[in-house]
Design a protein around this ligand. Structure first.
Ligand code: NAP
Length: 290
């Protein structure tokens, strides 16, 4: 790490827990690479301390923080402004302290879209996408896809009513949409015309061998993205590769939400390759430990 001076700028992460986060490694590696007098620090914040934590951000002139589970919605009442993306998603993952005004951004969705372009070489403009899941991450991804000009963003979820509510929100951002269950027939019909599938449920995480859909429904023309990043290659990505599909692993979204947060705070292009190396090193280390 670069030696810090008295003028060092501080950014960080608020959430609970934060000990597992890989963001400090990505950002501190980037600051060191660019020789910047900046540091990224994790702060564990209890549910009843969100307001105090944000008052602390202002009082200590912290330049900005990432926000993770469970505070992405809870921070909103304490912010001075939201970007249109954050307002549309109803969630904030990045706060910029603009000389005492706290501005809430959401780089989860835009980071996912950037990973589609930068890592997978897939342009969502005009594309037809099936999103599996309707939780917080699905909301960011589906709305960002609609805002990026996707023609259709259908949502399929175990709890179908939640898929329906997210589909209504997606449709307000200009894409055609539908809320589906995870039953085979509706998925098969949707996939016949789809260009890409984005898996946003927690299925397939860390040792879970299950698949969120039958891989027989996949065809080589589908790009299959999984936002789960532990393991690096999820059961769905393995099955999709075996079917001849192009794939996008979950580290892409994690990397580019960080790249975009870095750029929001510093106004400097982020060294994405350096951050990618730090992130993949940490993820491979976790896999070796498991
Ligand atoms: P969440 O809000 O709790 O949503 C969980 C989603 O998974 C819901 O749609 C839920 O369906 C579904 N689900 C859970 N268990 C299931 C099962 N056994 N079968 C089918 N569906 C199931 O969580 P989240 O914040 O959206 O996060 C979801 C995943 O994305 C996590 O693995 C997280 O690590 C990952 N993530 C990755 C990134 C990244 O940067 N790559 C960022 C954020 C999140 P119901 O509605 O029916 O419960």
């Amino acid at each position: 790490m670069t030696e810090l001076t008295g003028a060092a700028a501080v950014v960080g992460l608020i959430g609970r827990p934060v000990a597992h986060s890989l963001s400090p490694r990505m950002h501190n590696r980037a600051f060191a690479h660019l020789g910047m007098d900046w540091v990224y620090v994790p702060f564990e914040v209890a549910d009843d301390a969100v307001s105090a934590a944000l008052a602390g951000v202002k009082a200590l002139s912290i330049r900005g923080v990432n926000v993770t589970v469970p505070h992405k919605t809870a921070v909103i009442p304490f912010l001075d402004e939201l970007t249109p993306e954050a307002a549309a998603m109803g969630a904030v993952n990045t706060i910029v302290n603009d000389s005492g005004r706290l501005v809430g951004h959401n780089t989860d969705g835009s980071g996912f879209v950037r990973s589609l372009r930068e890592v997978a070489g897939f342009d969502p403009h005009g594309a037809r996408v099936l999103v599996l899941g309707a939780g917080g991450a699905a909301r960011a991804v589906a709305i960002a896809l609609a805002r990026a000009g996707a023609e259709r963003v259908a949502v399929a979820n175990r709890t179908e009513s939640k898929a329906g509510r997210l589909a209504e929100a997606v449709a307000r951002h200009g894409a055609s949409s539908a809320g589906l269950s995870l039953a085979r027939e509706p998925l098969a019909a949707e996939l016949r015309a789809a260009d890409a599938v984005v898996q946003t449920t927690s299925v397939g995480m860390a040792g879970d061998p299950s698949l969120p859909l039958d891989p027989d429904l996949l065809a080589p023309r589908h790009l299959v993205a999984d936002i789960v990043y532990t393991p690096l290659k999820t059961p769905l990505l393995r099955a999709a590769e075996a079917r001849g599909c192009r794939t996008l692993p979950g580290w892409g979204m994690l990397l580019y939400q960080g790249v975009e947060a870095f750029e929001c705070w510093t106004g400097t292009p982020a060294p994405a390759n350096v951050m990618r190396e730090a992130l993949l090193e940490a993820l491979r280390g976790k896999e070796a430990e498991a």
